[in-house]
Design a protein around this ligand. Structure first.
Ligand SMILES: Cc1cc2nc3c(=O)[nH]c(=O)nc-3n(C[C@H](O)[C@H](O)[C@H](O)COP(=O)(O)OP(=O)(O)OC[C@H]3O[C@@H](n4cnc5c(N)ncnc54)[C@H](O)[C@@H]3O)c2cc1C
Length: 285
């Protein structure tokens, strides 16, 4: 199928993009970033935006910078930018590991980090990273700029706190301390498919005991989140099979899994047990 008719806008600056969004948001105007989610939904006529504000010509949005202990990822930075570490230390390595699980190479060459956040698929790897690391996003509209913490950003399946006239300018992730151990694991039926469940674990060691544990689950619930019940199990424990199993069991018990015609809630709950344990094992490896 072909998309419904729309008007195409190609701003060159952030201010132009924001001004255009203010004009067209009430007439079903949408931002076009990599187009890897929006264009297929338009082709199937699941989305029929009357206006597209294409931000690909806004060069100021193509940057990755590190400031104030944070990695800032501009709205036009493609998934493929992370194929190699974009910063030193564990964060760069983690992002380079995670990106390999997103779709296929051509999609990674077009799709954007921030587009994934704005789209908010429950199984999005970048949404999981933002939630696990307590990242934040910066949104701008004609009314001003605001910073939204990951815990306040995701609201439901493909639903975020972004307003219709807001441009997601950049995402920010904390640069992790050098001794942070990170592990990521996801299960999908075929390489490149969306994950049915995914986990990201991170911690440091203090005197041989787990400190500052993080365990976040994606793909299983309506949006990814840290599972505090599991993190409490890990805090102060020695990294061991016993501790990882106990944390994975706590995660499994704490989540409220989605179900669909192929995957039951019970199946997803079992997957959470497996992906959580394997993510923690990878962090320890
Ligand atoms: C076959 C296939 C497999 C895929 N597999 C995966 C996968 O395994 N994991 C995964 O995470 N993704 C997957 N994707 C999706 C892909 O990662 C997309 O790139 C991503 O979801 C959206 O990014 P985009 O830049 O293409 O956004 P677009 O498609 O351009 O936009 C998506 C939505 O976000 C909005 N938007 C985009 N950028 C902004 C912004 N800066 N400010 C405000 N709103 C904005 C748009 O208006 C639109 O509503 C897959 C896609 C395909 C086609």
């Amino acid at each position: 199928m072909k998309p419904a008719a729309f008007r195409y806008h190609a701003p060159k600056t952030i201010d132009e993009a924001v001004a255009l969004l203010a004009e067209v948001a009430t007439e079903d105007g949408r931002v076009l970033a990599g187009g890897q989610s929006l264009v297929p939904t338009m082709a199937f006529r699941l989305a029929k935006p009357a206006h597209l504000v294409d931000i690909n010509g806004v060069t100021a949005l193509c940057r990755i910078t590190t400031t104030g202990g944070k990695l800032a990822i501009g709205a036009c930075v493609r998934h493929a930018a992370f194929h190699r570490p974009v910063c030193e230390g564990p964060l760069g390595k983690l992002l380079a590991e995670v990106v390999r699980h997103i779709a296929h190479y051509p999609i990674r060459n077009r799709g954007t980090f921030c587009g994934s956040l704005a789209h908010a698929d429950p199984a999005s790897e970048w949404c999981l990273v933002l939630a696990a690391l307590d990242g934040e996003v910066v949104a701008k509209s004609a009314r001003g700029e605001r910073t939204i913490a990951a815990r306040d950003f995701f609201k439901g399946v493909m639903t975020t706190a972004l307003r219709d006239d807001e441009l997601l300018l950049e995402a920010r992730l904390p640069l992790l301390p050098g001794d942070t151990r990170c592990g990521f694991y996801e299960f999908s039926r075929r390489a490149g498919d969306f994950a049915l469940a995914a986990a990201l674990g991170a911690y440091r060691l203090e005197g041989g005991k787990i400190a500052e544990p993080r365990l976040a689950i994606g793909g299983a619930e309506v949006y990814p989140r840290r599972v505090l019940e599991a993190e409490r199990v890990l805090a102060g424990a020695a990294p061991s099979d016993k501790a990882f199993r106990a944390a994975a069991e706590a995660a499994m018990a704490a989540i409220d899994p989605m179900e669909d015609i192929v995957n039951s809630a019970e199946f997803r709950r079992d997957l959470v047990l497996a992906v959580a344990r394997r993510a923690l094992e990878r962090a320890a490896a």
